[in-house]
Design a protein. Sequence first.
Length: 323
Amino acid sequence: MTRWYRWVVSLLLIVFCSSCSGVVQEELEIQVPQVGETVVAGAKGFAATQVAQLFPTQVADQENEILARARIWIDNQVPYSQTAIRDGYRTDCSGFVSYAWQLPTPGPDTTLFVSGGYAIEISIDELQPGDALNNNRPGNLGHIVLFVRWLDEEHSRFEAYDMNGDDGASVHEEWTLEFRETGWTIAQMEITEAKGPYFAQRLNGDLEPFVSSCLPDAVFVTDVSIPDGTVFSPNEAFSKVWRIRSSGCSSWPNGTRLVFVNGNKMDGPDSVEVAETSLGSTVDVAVSLIAPVTLGTYKGYWQMQSPDGTRFGDTIYVMIVVR
């Protein structure tokens, strides 16, 4: 039995015996990692009241706005760059976390998350989905990643979302956390210039919300029905369905619509209502149309529109042949 499990068993016995009369409790000595010792993140001292929560279960797909927003860049494999801008933010590691956390554009660098008041430091064992691990160093020596969830009970392996220069794009990683001479670090980063120590950080809840200037966005995913060039008879009714993803900086609110932009309307409506759609989710949008009576090829263009009348996102189309 390792010393950590002996400690846990001993602590449980002490907690149990504390309710027994006439039992003298001995002082409990909590062991902590020594400098240079490699241990897992979960092997630190816990108060007696936390024993029942030693290994909290975290859902793999736990949805929150931070991770949903980050997945948009992950799903689109946004290229890494220290100068390029997307959705108002730099497409490097600190810009990526700034985008997910909705900090002021274009995002602070790795040295400013805590010192600039954007984040607070927490313990490794307090990490929750949407928190970050940051080494607080400048330039190419600095690195910050988004924490997704633990992959084991020992809190040594974890999932992360990362904008990584070595990978050249935003990526979904599985990494190992270790305690070394300088403190906690991501083992895989020790072979790069962005070495540890890494500090657990959380978005500062007292931070004034940043009002982003960017709009909701919409990305075409696929044609669910009526692929390009589908043949119809004159005056034949059909339903065109597109699959679209909510992207950008915010969800689609109630009142969002898909509106006809130009081309051939094919007896369709001016617009159709689109359900409120959370950031990163996809939705199938259908429009009822009728093929023109004259033979030929026809194309109609549509686009998403916010409640204030601002159009946004990809322009999508339907193209048919009448013969």
